[in-house]
Design a protein. Structure first.
Length: 381
């Protein structure tokens, strides 16, 4: 009986010794607690606002920058480019439409039905007209080849009337463009009917093109409309234009322009960590502050979040990310957060409080403790 009791005590001691070793290892390894965290030992040393390069809007590669009043003042002091300056080369004054190759012209010479073509029908507007060839000319009775490309309707009528006057006495004629086929723009993205839109006698402004494409979808990002001309893309912020008093109708599109309206789903900020509602939050017409991002996601979790450890991680096209740090233990820090503008694809992360990490480690230990206790009870029996 004594030997059996000694064996039980020995087994129980081993179980408890194993449990203590497991607990010690778990407690010593709090850094391995579940969940994301910003390990201060692996973060770069904090930099002051002086670390910014002269005239730059962002800190050096890989720098950890504290969000301070000096930083906010420095960012806001950077010379910005107005929306009007960004689209200056796209602004213009509407001009009369000029005839181009592939356009179809309707020409009627009054009093001379023998030189007139059959009238066009609504089914096929190309029938009964003169198509401008690739050289910009048409072939007309008596006159032969005459170049009309590059002329307005009025100029083309005068030119044809002058040439026809050599064969007919005081000819009276009308000339109008029957089908506009020489100039087009292409629209894609968040418009209701993407595709090609022909340029006609109504000036093809940017709003006109968007309207002809059926208008914008509810997901359209009006702050980032991309206009590509001859391989160069210009981002048009319609919201800023109107805010600055610039009429978007001054943006004239030309033949070959491409317009793409991106989705607001492509411009999101990711709010993670100890907030009440972690989610991907879209920018509002290209703008979202750190304060707004936290507020729209329920704010910092009052139970588990550490307001001293709020980070913004900003990627740099494959380079080391830039990391901004805000200590929000003081209410005035939220004024700084309101002045800190986020960019698309930024990651906002709120670190858990130290006690929360401890509790998460304990939650890992308790199941093991229950198993050990169950084994001890079995041995005792």
């Amino acid at each position: 009986m004594f030997e059996l009791t000694s064996v039980r005590h020995a087994i129980t001691a081993r179980w408890r010794h194993g449990f203590l070793c497991l607990s010690a290892a778990a407690l010593a390894g709090c850094a391995n607690a579940p969940g994301l965290r910003m390990n201060g030992a692996n973060l770069p040393a904090p930099q002051s606002v002086d670390a910014y390069a002269s005239g730059a809007e962002t800190p050096p590669e890989g720098a950890l920058i504290r969000i301070t009043p000096e930083l906010i003042r420095h960012i806001h002091a950077q010379p910005g480019t107005s929306a009007a300056q960004q689209v200056k080369h796209l602004l213009g004054t509407p001009k009369p439409y000029t005839i181009g190759p592939a356009d179809v012209l309707n020409i009627v010479v009054w009093g001379h039905p023998d030189v007139n073509l059959p009238p066009a029908t609504a089914v096929n507007s190309d029938v009964g007209g003169y198509t401008v060839n690739t050289e910009g000319t048409i072939q007309f009775p008596f006159v032969g080849n005459i170049k009309l490309a590059g002329l307005t309707e009025v100029q083309a009528r005068k030119a044809l009337s002058t040439q026809l006057g050599k064969y007919l006495k005081d000819p009276q004629l009308t000339l109008r463009i029957q089908a506009y086929r020489s100039s087009r723009v292409y629209l894609d993205g968040e418009v209701r009917t993407p595709g090609l839109q022909p340029i006609n006698d109504i000036p093809m402004t940017l709003p006109e093109a968007l309207s002809r494409a059926g208008g914008l979808t509810p997901l359209a990002d009006r702050s980032a409309v991309a206009v590509t001309r001859k391989g160069v893309t210009t981002v048009v912020n319609l919201e800023r234009l109107t805010a600055e008093g610039i009429n978007p109708n001054r943006i004239l599109l030309v033949n070959g322009d491409m317009v793409r309206v991106p989705s607001r789903e492509d411009s999101k900020v990711f709010v993670l960590g100890e907030v009440l509602k972690p989610s991907a939050t879209p920018l509002r017409y290209g703008r979202l502050t750190l304060n707004e991002a936290l507020g729209e996601n329920g704010g910092i979790n009052p139970v588990s979040g550490d307001p001293k450890q709020i980070y913004v991680v900003r990627s740099q096209n494959g380079q080391n990310p830039q990391i901004f740090h805000l200590d929000a233990t003081s209410p005035t820090a939220y004024a700084l957060a309101e002045g800190f503008a986020l960019k698309a694809r930024d990651v906002v992360y709120v670190d858990p409080a130290p006690l929360v990490r401890w509790n998460r480690v304990i939650s890992l230990i308790l199941p093991s403790a229950q198993v050990v206790n169950s084994g001890v009870n079995t041995v005792d029996r």
